[in-house]
Design a protein around this ligand. Sequence first.
Ligand SMILES: Cc1cc2nc3c(=O)[nH]c(=O)nc-3n(C[C@H](O)[C@H](O)[C@H](O)COP(=O)(O)OP(=O)(O)OC[C@H]3O[C@@H](n4cnc5c(N)ncnc54)[C@H](O)[C@@H]3O)c2cc1C
Length: 392
Amino acid sequence: MTDLELDFQDTATAFADKSDQELREKHRIFRLLNSPILNSLGTRSAKFALSIGLPVEGLIKSTVFEQFCGGETIEECEPTIKRLGASGIGTILDYAVEGRHTEDDFDKTKDEIMRTIDRAKDDPDLPFSVFKVTGIAPLGTLERLSKKKKLDAKSQTKCEHIYSRVKEICSHAYAVGQPVFIDAEESWIQDAIDRLATEMMEKFNLERPIVYNTFQLYRTDRLQFLKDSRRQAKNDGYILGAKLVRGAYMEKERERAAQIGYPSPIHADKAAVDRDYDAAVDYCLNHLDDISFVAGTHNETSTELLAQKLIDRGLPHDHPHVNFSQLMGMSDNLSYVLAKNGYNVSKYVPYGPIRESIPYLTRRAEENSAVTGQMSRELEMIERELKRRKQA
Ligand SMILES: Cc1cc2nc3c(=O)[nH]c(=O)nc-3n(C[C@H](O)[C@H](O)[C@H](O)COP(=O)(O)OP(=O)(O)OC[C@H]3O[C@@H](n4cnc5c(N)ncnc54)[C@H](O)[C@@H]3O)c2cc1C
């Protein structure tokens, strides 16, 4: 066994492409987010100010939006794509609008997702594309489909539209050879998403992985689902595309389960989630001929374990079926150090009109106050780098 030489505390590498001024600005924002009171006050007042039409977009844009999003349009993301690419990190353009409701809106979102695929094709700086099914489908229909409820004629038509949008995106991705992730969402709509993703993989993953489904290992049933998905892929002769995440909707899931009175689908504690996450990584590594996977995580231990296991198994750092991924604005210490050491690594770069990116930004802020220590870890890292530069 060769020892791993990754140093995730190497802040000089993590922030090499940030000027002193950019780093100080990042410090200011993360200090704000790190305070539970300011964090909650900030997200609530931003939502309120926008709802009554106060002109706060400029303020949001120059603060949190700039830290976590690439811009309002694909064009505005170009400097971020270039900057990440220069450090060997791929960009995943993530059109982050949420909460749209009309069929016309869903078609427009689908068209924008198609544009992200066109921007990414043939460009090694954009190795993956991504979309959320709720961006192109009504929640109610996804929920009815997930409960396997009988659909009336109106829902049936909506269902056909959902299917044709998903298929249009995936067949375009296939035609231009651009891999695409389908994000995982709340458990009560996920069954419909899983069925769509599986059908798309059956169609488009026969020669190489194009469509990736997402597995949320905070759910008690997902490790088994990963194994079942791989068996199905093997039987049907296609490659399973798997993005492994812990899961972003823990509190919402638990609240709903308690309210309605069914057992929560989420593991009772973090240790069980971590165990399943690392077991899922192992399972994928054991079946690399049949699975191409992405470890979507900011967890340093899981990241280090995976990097070390590649070495232990004598696999190349940049094995084409093994990828690491983080979100823009978070865990640059992992992304930049992995890239410097030749691993496949990419970052989600969310973009879209500020007003419509608020749910995404709120989730990042809330997630970071809920996830013990993530924000203070970021802050601590920035502070250490500021100190190092001062002393240099
Ligand atoms: C590239 C990328 C893509 C992503 N795509 C998706 C997606 O499609 N769908 C999605 O839902 N999320 C997605 N996420 C978010 C992800 O699910 C996590 O919310 C986030 O990354 C934090 O988990 P972690 O592994 O990075 O870090 P960690 O800090 O190790 O883990 C935090 C996570 O552990 C879980 N957790 C924390 N405390 C407890 C507890 N007491 N009991 C049980 N579980 C607990 C929660 O899931 C929490 O988010 C994505 C993240 C990345 C980086």
